[in-house]
Design a protein. Structure first.
Length: 65
């Protein structure tokens, strides 16, 4: 069995997955994140990036070799 992690993927693949993850986070938690960022005076883009990275670990990856 071969185990890969996010950093083993090409830069293009990492960017594509991160973009998809950001879109998922915006759809699921966009309003909540915006409210939290406003209330706590934090950078929304930075929070979105952090949550998108965390969200990547909830994905199931399938590779065709």
């Amino acid at each position: 069995m071969i185990y890969l992690n996010f950093t083993d993927l090409s830069e293009e693949a990492q960017e594509r997955l991160l973009t998809n993850s950001k879109e998922d986070i915006k759809k699921k938690y966009g309003k909540d994140l915006m409210d939290y960022a406003t209330k706590h005076h934090t950078n929304l883009d930075k929070m979105l990036d952090e949550e998108a990275l965390r969200n990547l670990y909830s994905y199931t990856y399938v590779f065709n070799i």
